[in-house]
Design a binder for this molecule. Sequence first.
Ligand SMILES: Cc1ncc(COP(=O)(O)O)c(C=O)c1O
Length: 366
Amino acid sequence: MNEPPLGASKDALDTPCLCLDLDVLEANIAAMVRTCRQHGVAWRPHAKGHKVPAIARRQIEAGALGVTCAKLGEAEVMAAGGVPDVLVANMVVGPQKLARLVELRRVADPIVCVDHPDQVRPISAAMAAAGLVLRVLIEVDIGLHRVGVPPGEPTLDLARFVAAQPGVELAGIMGYEGHLLTVPDQAEKSRRIAEALGSLVATARLLEAHGMPCEIVSCAGTGSYLHAVQVPGITEIQAGGAIFMDAYYRHLCHVPELGYALTLLTTVVSRPAPERAIIDAGRKAMNIEIHPPLVVGRDDVRVGRLSAEHGQLELAPSAQDLRIGDRLELIPGYADLTTVLHNQFYCFRNGKLVDVWPLEARGKLA
Ligand SMILES: Cc1ncc(COP(=O)(O)O)c(C=O)c1O
């Protein structure tokens, strides 16, 4: 594909494509760092949404202590891109991954999660055999009911087990309050997050009371971080998508202030009816399950049904002058499931293309 030269405007881009406003991105990163500092917690942003080491490095330069990844493959890309302190907020299971984890540990300082001795034993054996020690977090189920050991005694039992194994070092615990992101009443949301994270912190104290270090108490996503940072005892938060923002975070999770840094540039390719326009972006270019995308600057255009490669727009009378060839920018409904459909971000400052960042960890599902 012929890429437009640096300095080009958005008109020079072919569509559909993802555009990043670097000024807004940097302002969002600065806001996250500020919020964390105000509350005395560290920021270990989830990189699953951006998948770009260059963004991770910017986050660390701005004050993040490392990144969080969802997959070992993402952590490998981050480490190769100069980001050695990576939390894999997931279980690492199976001989193929174990061999890779040993290699990763040789060049970086990753952390992995466990919630059962059956994950710990093989990791311990592989690390000890290689003469290495890997940091481990116990994932605690604080109500999401995805993975995790129940808080309290069951976590203490697993912590004792981890502490007794060679090749692994108990670095702390984590929990994710993902079931509380969309609680509509903000006072109730705050109360329920405090309660869920309170059980995480109480578990950390229990471990410490039994002589086990619990340096890291990690939690929180973009939809909850403003509440999570207020809970005493939390040491770091994982909120990642905040740097892009999207319609889901703003309108379902009620996250204020952060700007929309990420947009999907599209072209109107058909005008089959006065009240209907078709754009060149469908389900293979954006995600609508979590929240519909919004059209920048046009509250008279609504994103309707999507098929694989076509997007249907519903036009109010004031938008019916939209013509074939016109361009529209959409704010992703959920950035995390939109970025993954694309190969690169086109980075803009003041309307001029300044960089193109490949999503290097895209497709690293294993
Ligand atoms: C373990 C974990 N931490 C944090 C998050 C939040 O990520 P984000 O802030 O990008 O919404 C998620 C989202 O799925 C997650 O699974």
